[in-house]
Design a protein around this ligand. Structure first.
Ligand code: 4AD
Ligand code: MG
Length: 463
């Protein structure tokens, strides 16, 4: 009977008294004189299974003894319950065949490897417990997100990857060009002549799918994107990547408070879904990565997230007994250490900070009546800092134009975006969830490089 380790763990009784047929890889091989143990993993489940082999049962016993770590093998055997042992059962092999040998210098040996080292062998690191767990969780979390939106009728839209605008107005874009870099054509002004470029204009990798999502929200009402975004931001931190995935819901007839309600419900849904779907992985993270993780997530599910204004956040920080490296000040950004204080020391739970000074936020955010702050919200969480950034969008064309002018945002790139205000515009809001930050929060893994299959960060694009 062809089966998998996952099937065996989920229903061992169905597998008794049958010859089982499995494919997988050797995590370890401990050969004794007349028998041996292979720690066998087949990719379908977090846990491996122990395979016992004996001289009398295998014609190729001597060869099996020499099977190296990393080999791909095929096994026939019988499942035996082992109530007295650490593992609940093992497989007694009747046949073991090497399908793909593994060389002596295989880097993933059965011992502890540093995460730094494993990043250098990212093509192999998913063969360790940690990365196996992280990337299965990443897959399940993606499903949880689709589940949350799809069951509520949101339309999933695929925003373009190549665009002609800077959706955040922050200038952190990777240019996309086919112009010859060694001989760049210039126009009369001696600037790069993008008319000769592939698209006949300057283009870049998208920094956000939000603007396109807004267009769709004004037709489908509730939509979301889930795709890669790119930032040419030279931040070498544990929480920034140059290529990361973002989930950007956008809702028509939705204001900032309702936007926060949706964000909170989404985060809670993801937690609940993942914790339920992956008990083995979560137990592993809880034991080896962030002690207390499951308890933390349980607690988050039970309480409402705090909601404060930016003004209140600054006052809390100014009154804090902690000495900060960056003194908090009205009008200034909230630094990582401040985020930590608010979420980890003061509130001890996720916090929405809303109504931010207009000067430190994007051009599309709706101006509040005070003309100083905008209807923006960030969700800060213990450990991962800013998990979500969102806002109510400026739906008044005159206000939007004024802001764009003040911020030197070229109208010509955004003519279609502005038309959305001209033809049936309405109150609408949305937010962006950094997918990797969510994975970090769910696993306790502290470095974003360890939750992206093949991470791209400044000066690093191997693989
Ligand atoms: O706050 P950001 O820049 O907001 C936007 O892009 C809006 N267009 C979202 C919207 O309203 N639709 O990014 C949103 C989230 C951040 O809160 C953070 O979690 C994540 O994206 N993020 C990054 N994650 C990894 N590496 C980076 N360089 C990131 N920059 C932002
Ligand atoms: Mg932000």
């Amino acid at each position: 009977m062809k089966t998998t380790i996952k099937n065996i763990y989920r229903d061992p009784d169905q597998h008794l008294e049958k010859t089982l047929h499995l494919y997988g890889w050797v995590r370890n091989n401990r050969a004794q004189k007349e028998f041996g143990f292979i720690n066998f993993h087949d990719g379908t489940f977090f846990e491996p299974i122990q395979v016992v082999y004996e001289e009398q049962a295998l014609s190729n016993f001597k060869d099996v003894q020499k099977i190296r770590v990393g080999c791909a093998i095929e096994i026939n055997g019988e499942l035996v319950l082992t109530p007295k042992a650490k593992q609940p059962f093992e497989i007694k092999a009747t046949h073991i065949k090497v399908l793909g040998d593994s060389a002596e210098d295989y880097p993933i040996q059965p011992k502890r490897h540093s995460r730094e080292f494993l990043r250098e062998v990212a093509h192999l690191r998913t063969r360790t417990n940690l990365f196996h767990a992280v990337f299965r969780l990443r897959s399940v979390a993606a499903h949880a997100i689709h589940d949350f939106f799809q069951t509520q009728g949101y339309v999933y839209i695929h925003a373009p990857i190549i665009t002609g605008n800077d959706g955040e107005g922050a200038g952190q874009m990777f240019t996309v060009t086919t112009l010859p870099l060694e001989n760049i054509p210039l126009d009369d002004q001696r600037s790069v002549d993008y008319k000769q470029d592939f698209f006949g204009r300057k283009t870049n990798l998208t920094v956000t799918g939000q603007l396109e999502a807004e267009a769709f929200a004004l037709s489908f009402r509730n939509v979301y994107t889930f795709g890669p975004t790119f930032r040419a931001e030279n931040s070498n931190t544990q929480r920034h990547a140059s290529e990361f995935w973002m989930i950007e819901p956008e809702m028509a007839f939705c204001d900032l408070e309702q936007n926060m309600d949706i964000a909170e419900a989404m985060v809670k849904h993801i937690i609940q879904y993942v914790v339920k779907a992956l008990p083995e992985e979560m137990a592993f993270f809880d034991k080896y990565v962030e002690p207390g993780l499951i308890n933390k997530l349980d607690q988050v599910m039970k309480e409402s997230f705090a909601r404060i204004t930016y003004q209140e956040a600054i006052e809390i920080l100014l009154a804090a007994p902690t000495k900060f490296e960056n003194t908090p000040k009205h009008g200034g950004d909230i630094a990582t250490e401040h985020e930590r204080y608010l979420t980890e020391a003061h509130f001890k739970r996720p916090v929405f900070v809303k109504d931010w000074p207009k000067d430190i936020k994007a051009f599309y955010m709706r101006m509040n009546d005070d003309q100083q702050t905008v209807a923006a919200m960030d969700l800060l969480v213990p450990g991962s800092g800013e998990l979500i950034g969102g806002s109510q969008r400026e739906e008044r064309l005159d206000q939007l134009k004024r802001r764009m002018k003040e911020m030197n945002i070229p109208e010509k790139d955004f003519w279609w975006y502005m038309e959305l205000r001209k033809y049936g515009g309405c109150v609408h809001s949305g937010f962006g969830l950094g997918f990797e930050r969510m994975i970090m929060y769910l696993t306790g893994v502290e470095n974003i490089r360890d939750v992206i299959p093949f991470p791209r960060t400044p000066k690093n694009c191997e693989f």
